[in-house]
Design a protein around this ligand. Structure first.
Ligand SMILES: CC(C)(COP(=O)(O)OP(=O)(O)OC[C@H]1O[C@@H](n2cnc3c(N)ncnc32)[C@H](O)[C@@H]1OP(=O)(O)O)[C@@H](O)C(=O)NCCC(=O)NCCS
Length: 387
């Protein structure tokens, strides 16, 4: 009887695919080979060399912990430090082998591969294990929402707001006075320079957004089309997706579009400290205007820190609370497939630098919906007319 843990190799694909189907989710998009390979490739020092761990018992696959190699920049008083790290994804042990230490073994092996590990969207059981291993925890990403079309937005609310409340909010959002814009074809090197300039004075735990990051995560993404808006030399950039709602049983909702703002990088680094930079405000408004012209009825943005809250509120966004309220902000949480109140996206992070666990306050992290396997298709392949 022999137990072995080793890295996933492409030759393992068939058994891994079968394992995910049987013991995780038979409809998981991760059973698509190209999506799987893209997600597990990652970037940085370990990029392309699989960090995903497999557990075998007598040559039979009994455990799987998917992960993505990435680079983190970490908070250090003297200068920004860049280290190798991991974002974890699907974690499953064969039902007959649970509670025998296999799951924790896979997690510990993964943690050894880098100095920082980030996980998102963990269930209660997994959260308990992560916390037991010294991870910091945040119950939910902060989610900011805004209407782009009053009637369309109303359809996506799980609770009815007071009369006139929505109209008053909607009327206060001025998108007419800002210029229209088009998405641009990004140069990953310039995006890296923008990122460095924007964040070099700010101590944060976040992905190091090198040119390889931009290329892998968004430009060559296998699941979604991401749009780059803004510029790298004056205002900063926003990365967004247009997400059509998938709800074939409800013709009022099916096909309505939502603008998912995924990344924001201000050119003016003071925005990270709460400054309301007029150029960045106008950029975000222009992005909303663009989303509206693409037919979106609402927009949202999710991130771990509240550092952008002041600027987002000055644009017109409101923060949704952790119960998907108040009614005015009760925008549905999942659009493909449509669900009003899916599980919140929780975040776990563990920085173990120079053999010491460094606890990082959540507001000093910049972890986004696109981290930790959270921004990828849930339905695959997507029906063609939904894009
Ligand atoms: C979550 C999951 C991967 C954990 O794997 P696991 O192999 O069952 O976990 P472990 O056995 O390593 O740890 C579970 C318990 O066994 C205990 N344990 C560890 N080593 C042990 C050993 N040698 N003998 C007995 N018990 C042991 C652990 O301390 C833990 O105890 P606790 O629950 O009291 O804290 C597994 O339960 C699973 O596949 N669940 C379904 C999928 C899922 O929910 N995945 C997480 C998605 S976010």
């Amino acid at each position: 009887m022999k137990t072995i843990i080793r890295n996933y190799e492409v030759e393992d694909w068939e058994i891994v695919q079968k394992f995910i189907k049987l013991y995780w989710n038979k409809n998981s998009p991760m059973i698509d080979h190209s999506l799987f390979e893209w997600q597990h490739k990652g970037y940085g020092d370990l990029g392309g060399s699989s960090t995903t761990q497999l557990l075998f018992y007598d040559d039979v696959l009994i455990g799987f912990l998917g992960s993505t190699p990435v680079m983190f920049q970490i908070p250090r008083k003297d200068k920004t430090k860049i280290i190798s790290g991991i974002e974890s994804a699907t974690w499953v042990i064969h039902p007959d082998f649970r509670n025998r230490g296999g799951g924790i073994l896979l997690l510990k092996k993964t943690m050894e591969l880098g100095d920082c590990l980030v996980a998102q969207g963990a269930n209660d059981e997994a959260v308990r294990y992560f916390k037991g291993l010294g991870f910091d925890y945040s119950e939910a990403l902060n989610r900011y929402v805004i209407p782009l079309d009053r009637d369309g937005y109303l359809k996506l609310l799980s609770q009815k707001p007071k009369s006139n409340e929505l109209q008053t909010w909607f009327d206060s959002i001025d998108l007419k006075s800002v210029p229209s814009l088009r998405s641009f074809n990004p140069d990953p090197g310039r995006l890296e320079s923008l990122w460095r300039r924007s964040t070099e004075r700010r101590d944060m735990l976040t992905l190091y957004r090198s040119s390889d990051f931009w290329s892998w995560r968004y430009i060559k993404n296998k699941g979604f089309k991401y749009y780059f808006l803004g510029d790298t030399s004056t205002r900063g950039i926003v990365v967004a997706r247009v997400e059509p709602i998938f709800h074939p049983k409800d013709s009022l909702l099916h096909g309505l579009k939502v603008l998912r703002i995924i990344e924001m990088v201000p050119f003016n680094w003071k925005v990270w400290d709460g400054m309301v930079d007029a150029k960045f405000v106008d950029l975000i408004k222009s992005v909303l205007k663009w989303g509206k012209s693409e037919g979106c009825v609402a927009a949202d943005f999710q991130c771990s820190t509240k550092r952008f809250e002041t600027i987002l509120k000055s644009v017109g966004f409101k923060r949704q609370n952790k119960s998907y309220g108040p009614p005015l902000c009760s925008l549905a949480g999942l659009f493909q497939p449509f669900r009003f109140k899916p599980h919140l996206i929780n975040t776990l992070w563990r920085l173990d630098y120079l053999d010491k666990i460094i606890h990082v306050p959540v507001d000093d992290t910049y972890i986004l919906k696109s981290d930790g396997d959270m921004d990828r298709p849930n339905i695959w392949p997507m029906p063609e007319n939904l894009g």
